[in-house]
Write a protein that binds this ligand. Structure first.
Ligand SMILES: N[C@@H](CCC(=O)N[C@@H](CS)C(=O)NCC(=O)O)C(=O)O
Length: 206
């Protein structure tokens, strides 16, 4: 079989992390190509949409992290086969994507401009996303976002919450998830304790 090569920044988070964890859980053999930011600048123009993650399969380069999550999720048994449950799973993953887009719009700002933009982001879009995810978790039974079992949606939310809670996003309070949707924290701990997820992070020394 041809090598699957997933290319993304050398960070333990962001848009490729759910795919990495999913492939690890599914025992899918792939090359985890991690690049630095200067390396990305050099290769950016050669990528199909000037962005990563990209995944190369059978000599073709593909884009879109949630398409990757769905495809590899299916191969790994982490994506619902029921159309309605698949919809619930997709909506959650796209909510997280919307929050990434909102965060990216604040990149490059500095000083007071950054502080103000991040405050608006925390009180606005991030709060809305967290609240909605809390509601979706409740209506799906409180344990998982879809299919009453671990899916790529749970993993994607875990990755995002780990980042928010790390405090790595300047001027976004690390306790925002706790304040807005405390049930998401229990969900985060439960997902991180799933054997396949825990094994992945242990392997990364995280
Ligand atoms: N819709 C794409 C978005 C990809 C994307 O925006 N990636 C960011 C990094 S997380 C990027 O490469 N940005 C570089 C740039 O815009 O120059 C996906 O879902 O994969």
């Amino acid at each position: 079989m041809n090598t699957i090569r997933l290319t993304y920044f050398d960070i333990d988070g962001g848009r490729a992390e759910t795919t990495r964890i999913t492939m690890s859980i599914g025992g899918i053999d792939f090359e985890d190509k991690r690049i630095s930011f200067p390396e990305f600048s050099e290769m950016r123009a050669a990528t199909p949409l000037n962005a990563v993650p990209i995944v190369e399969m059978n000599g073709v380069v593909y884009t879109q992290c949630n398409a990757m999550n769905r495809y590899f999720g299916k191969l790994a048994g982490l994506y619902p086969s029921d159309p309605w449950q698949a919809f619930l799973c997709d909506e959650v993953m796209d909510i997280v994507e919307d929050s990434y887009h909102a965060v990216v719009r604040t990149f490059g700002l500095q000083g007071d401009e950054l502080r103000l933009a991040r405050r608006r982001l925390s009180d606005g879009m991030l709060t809305r996303c967290l609240k909605l995810l809390g509601e979706r978790l409740d209506s799906a039974g409180g344990e998982h976002f879809a299919d009453r079992r671990l899916t790529v949606a749970d993993i994607k939310v875990l990755v995002w919450l780990r980042h928010l809670k790390s405090g790595g996003l300047d001027h976004v309070p690390a306790d925002l998830p706790e304040r807005v949707a405390p049930r998401l924290l229990a969900h985060m701990e439960r997902t991180a304790a799933e054997p396949g997820v825990a094994a992945y992070y242990a392997g990364r020394g995280k």
